[in-house]
Ligand binder design. Structure first.
Ligand SMILES: Cc1cc2nc3c(=O)[nH]c(=O)nc-3n(C[C@H](O)[C@H](O)[C@H](O)COP(=O)(O)OP(=O)(O)OC[C@H]3O[C@@H](n4cnc5c(N)ncnc54)[C@H](O)[C@@H]3O)c2cc1C
Length: 396
């Protein structure tokens, strides 16, 4: 079916995930309509002023450390290809002071610059349409007589926003509401996405950098980031410390308590810089930025075809597989519906590599060079599949 269906997709969400998907699909000749609830691209977590791209090093390889090795190399190539250094990113090294100590090659990146770069590239193909201020409340699958099925995105008033034979949900935490309200009632258990609020503290840097290079332990200290593309009312030369972690918190309000937490973490890494931060706070010069990360229960992204939980339920009621006998590949999927969400704290590392795999799946391209167990570790159907294998049923 996928081979003959028109290569036209709607993508919901214009952060790192959605923009990378747009770039990957339009590169392959697909037509894409990108929808976002906000007035423009990169307005949520991807509005992060400066993030760290660096490997996730572990003693023994884990899916995340393997993904991270692939993703960092891929993203580094994207940065070099898309953006001049100093206009959205700068290469650096980072001193890891806590777990797995060492000095690693890294980059400081303003994600919005990448998002804009990918969208510019996609628009240059003539195959990208964008719709801002377009909050998707519902995705509905429809098929007229003799027609291939397609997905229609509607707003809360039921007005049609866009429709296409394929849809990709890349709306971070918002993915849950969009997918839950399909005709297929994907539950929280099937897609366990969680908010993790984070606050970064930063201020203008007027003198020399506060340290030679960035450091990481409980948070990342960036002694200097220079970028004319930071928010219009912000300085172009800043230092930053962050970010805090509040699991289960989906708010974006700045708090003094979180600045204090960041100061404590900085104190443990670089006491002089922590003093500098306290001075900036006293002088009213400390700035903050808070947003919400979207994380999954096993801290890995959800990338791939969305499971059809109802069809799975029906199949199980008709012929229950032997306990543990169901294969992940046998979980039925919603025709033409894909997702890329739960990039957690590693959107910079994971967005483009995952988007590449997603587009390859949608276009039915071979993924022979990627270890199958890694793709399975990202499969959005893994949670419902694990439950069936463990308990023999879909629901709790
Ligand atoms: C404080 C903090 C520090 C971080 N530091 C780092 C770091 O150092 N390194 C790193 O790699 N990552 C870091 N991250 C994580 C990184 O920012 C995210 O992983 C990444 O931005 C997620 O991209 P995304 O596209 O999945 O989500 P988002 O950028 O949040 O985009 C989701 C989009 O979907 C839209 N949307 C939602 N619901 C709907 C709907 N119903 N209809 C239409 N549109 C909708 C939203 O408007 C939004 O534009 C940090 C995050 C935070 C909060």
């Amino acid at each position: 079916m996928s081979a003959v269906r028109e290569q036209r997709a709607l993508v919901v969400g214009a952060g790192l995930a959605g923009a990378a998907v747009c770039a990957q699909l339009t590169r392959r000749g697909w037509h894409v309509t990108l929808l976002d609830a906000a007035a423009g691209a990169a307005q949520a977590a991807s509005a992060l002023p400066v993030g760290m791209l660096s490997p996730h090093v572990t003693r023994a390889p884990t899916p995340l450390s393997r993904l991270s090795a692939l993703g960092v190399a891929d993203m580094q190539a994207e940065l070099e290809r898309l953006l001049p250094p100093g206009q959205g990113w700068q290469a650096c090294q980072v001193d890891n002071l806590g777990h797995d100590p060492g000095r690693w090659p890294a980059a400081l990146v303003r994600p919005a610059a990448l998002v804009q770069g990918w969208l510019r590239e996609a628009a240059a193909t003539g195959r990208l349409q964008t719709r801002w201020n377009a909050p998707v409340a519902r995705l509905r699958r429809e098929a007229g007589p003799g027609q291939a099925s397609h997905w229609t995105a509607t707003d809360a008033a039921g007005r049609e926003l866009a429709q296409a034979p394929w849809a990709v949900v890349a709306s971070a935490l918002g993915s849950l509401a969009v997918l839950q309200d399909t005709d297929h009632r994907l539950g929280l258990d099937a897609l366990p996405l969680r908010p993790v609020k984070g606050q970064m503290s930063l201020a203008a840097l007027t003198g020399p950098p506060l340290a030679e290079r960035p450091m990481r332990n409980n948070g990342v200290f960036v002694p200097l980031y220079e970028d004319a593309g930071l928010a219009p009312d912000w300085p172009t030369r800043v230092w930053s410390m962050g970010s805090t972690y509040h699991r289960g918190d989906a708010s974006t309000t700045l708090s003094d308590a979180d600045h204090e937490r960041n100061r404590d973490s900085l104190q443990a890494m670089h006491p002089d810089a922590a003093r500098h931060m306290a001075q900036a706070a006293r002088a009213g010069e400390l700035m903050g930025w808070a947003q919400v990360r979207c994380a999954s229960l096993d801290r890995l992204p959800l990338m791939g075809a969305v499971p059809d939980v109802e069809a799975l339920q029906t199949r199980l009621s008709e012929s229950a597989p032997r306990r543990g006998g169901l294969l992940l590949a046998q979980v039925p999927r919603l025709d033409g519906l894909y997702m890329l969400s739960a990039l957690g704290s590693r959107g910079l590392t994971l967005a483009h590599w995952c988007a590449q795999q997603l587009a390859a799946q949608m276009a039915d391209e071979p993924t022979a060079d990627v270890a199958p167990d890694l793709l399975q570790a990202l499969d959005p159907a893994r949670f419902v599949w694990r439950r069936v294998r463990k308990q023999g049923r879909v629901g709790a």
